[in-house]
Design a protein around this ligand. Structure first.
Ligand code: PEP
Ligand code: MG
Length: 569
């Protein structure tokens, strides 16, 4: 029966397909028994998965020896100990042999038993070890299913799930999934950012989907408006075709702007750079005439694989990006793992109570000396092929920038010793932490450029988790505090002669173009898929008029006031 409901559009694009429903929690495995004749084989499968997990942990430990803090090594050791715990292994064997449970179901039963013991403990530290248990069981479970064939018929299907991690997206796309609909998630999450980059339609925060949609149902997805229709009728299908045609027409119109300058009606040039997560993004950035890459999110290289990319692999990726931009600068942001960007190799710490305030961004890089120096050398080597800049994420104080500058110089010296002539690339700091924004004078004279990361700045300034959909409209750059802080950063940048760009999602929203120009911003970095649309919006703006109205914008007392200002633009 036809049913329409909605979530939040997180990555535009239309899709029509059959649903593939993925229930939350990989370990919610239904009770499953194997025939007596297969019990031995099932136990062997479990032991193979246990051994593969042990080998994985040994490899991780070896690889990161010397690069990891003592605490992080301790976590790996703790996980290895859990894995060898006779209680766990014997109990799993018993469940398979005596109950004839499948290896996956035995894992789930034993996990639940141990979880009950952990939860009943008085000691908060021991109670918290449940996370470690889940982590390790999850790894074993992943090995159990490693050789599973891809679910048949995934191609052309819409994945309906609780949530999806950024590291899963590329694989889902390779499997032919045409759109993703999740009950949780937010348009500002890294998953959403990556989905936009992969052109994968995504609707998030559609709370009802897991209860309303079943495997095989036909679903119509509009990743822009967030509208979903289950069992669409003839009228819906007609609308779908119309929307498709409208999209095509609009794309054709925008294509005409490819070689046009990004210039306001009164003749002021605005610099539009591109954000990139992949080789394809860089190619698109070049194709739409971006001034360069303003934010290359290097962590996405670390999200693909279980292995941390080595210097050579990183160098090749960075060099190719530089070559693809044909002389326009590429701004490599150093590793920004942590919080919702958990890599598959396990660099990001998995045991933080409050990961958004934890070891992420530059903090993580400064923890893993070897990983960071390797990355800096790879970036510096790439700079021999064209202009490169280095951007540091999650900076909260001047000291961090000074350390990074020293490390960057050291990387340059190391590369020069190999006979490659390179200069120290310009170094910039992201302004994402409120204290860095307020105290920007202390940073501005230590860097060559600044880039405001509004996704995190808004989250930290307003104390609103960018991934928590339940907070709804509270997460918004249209807050007087946000605008004033950006204006403050810009003033400081101008005083110090340091350019200030904006590279968060706020930079790309064409509806906010007049507001950003009125604030005095002249440099933006956004996903290349939205660059032409923003160019069109900027070409419609009259800068002198906006500047005359700027004081009213900064006097707005609430969101409504800012919206009224925008409506009058
Ligand atoms: C930001 O925080 O605005 C930003 C560009 O970084 P990311 O979205 O990758 O955290
Ligand atoms: Mg950020």
């Amino acid at each position: 029966m036809r049913l329409a409901f909605s979530g939040h559009g997180a990555s535009r694009g239309l899709a029509l397909g059959r649903a593939r429903v993925r229930r939350p929690h990989a370990l919610e495995i239904a009770e499953q028994r194997v025939p007596a004749a297969r019990v031995k084989e099932e136990a062997a499968r479990l032991h193979e998965a246990l051994e593969a997990t042990r080998a994985e942990m040994r490899a991780l430990r070896e690889k990161l020896q010397g690069a990891l803090s003592k605490e992080a090594i301790e976590f790996i050791d703790l996980h290895a100990l859990l894995l060898d715990d006779p209680e766990l292994v014997q109990a799993l064997d018993a469940l398979i042999h005596q109950e004839r449970y499948s290896a996956g179901y035995a894992l789930r039963v034993q996990r639940d038993r141990l979880a009950a013991v952990f939860q009943s403990m008085d000691d908060a530290y021991l109670r918290a070890r449940l996370d470690d248990l889940d982590h390790i069981i999850g790894r074993v479970n992943a090995h159990l299913h490693r050789h599973d064939p891809l679910p048949r018929g995934t191609a052309g299907e819409v994945l309906v799930c609780d949530n999806v991690a950024p590291s899963e997206l590329a694989q889902l796309q390779a499997q032919g999934v045409v759109a993703i609909v999740s009950a949780a998630g937010s348009p500002l999450s890294h998953t959403a950012i990556l989905a936009r980059s992969l052109h994968m339609p995504l609707v998030v925060g559609a709370a009802e989907v897991l209860t309303r949609i079943n495997d095989g149902d036909v679903v119509m997805v509009d990743g822009e408006s967030g509208q979903l229709v289950l069992d669409p009728d003839a009228t819906d299908l007609r609308r779908y075709r119309e929307l498709e045609q409208r999209d095509q027409r609009e794309r054709r119109d925008l294509e005409r702007l490819r070689s046009k300058p990004t210039r306001t009606r009164d003749g002021v040039d605005i610099a539009l750079y591109a954000n990139a997560e992949s080789r394809e993004d860089v190619a698109r950035a070049h194709a739409v005439g971006a001034a360069g890459v303003g934010l290359y999110r290097t962590e996405f290289l670390f999200l693909q694989d279980r292995d941390t990319p080595d210097e050579e692999e990183q160098f090749l990726a960075y060099r190719d990006a530089v070559l693809a931009m044909g002389g326009r600068p590429v701004t490599f942001r150093t590793l920004d793992l942590g919080a919702d960007k958990a890599d598959r190799a396990g660099l990001a710490l998995a045991n933080e109570d409050n990961p958004a305030l934890g070891v992420r961004g530059v903090r993580l890089s400064l923890l893993y000396d070897v990983v960071f120096d390797t990355q800096l050398r790879a970036i510096v080597r790439a700079s021999a092929y064209g202009p490169v800049r280095v951007l540091v994420p999650m900076v909260s104080c001047r000291e961090e920038v000074l350390i990074v500058r020293r490390r960057l110089r050291r990387a340059v010296a190391a590369v020069r010793r190999r006979g490659v002539a390179v200069q120290v690339p310009p170094l910039g700091a992201m302004i994402e932490v409120p204290a860095a924004a307020i105290g920007v004078h202390g940073l501005a004279d230590a860097v060559d450029f600044l880039s405001v990361g509004t996704n995190d700045l808004v989250q930290y300034l307003l104390a609103v988790d960018r991934n928590n959909d339940a907070l709804g409209d509270l997460y918004s750059p249209l807050h007087p505090g946000v605008l004033r802080l950006i204006a403050h950063v810009l003033r400081a940048g101008n005083e110090h002669g340091v350019p200030v760009a904006v590279c968060g999602e706020m930079a790309g929203d064409p509806r906010l173009a007049p507001l950003r120009l009125a604030l005095g911003l002249r440099e933006f970095s956004l996903h290349p898929a939205g660059l032409l649309e923003l160019r069109r919006a900027i070409r419609d703006c009259d800068l002198a008029r906006l500047q005359a109205r700027a004081p009213h914008l900064l006097q707005a007392r609430d969101r409504r006031g800012i919206e009224r200002w925008l409506e009058a633009s």
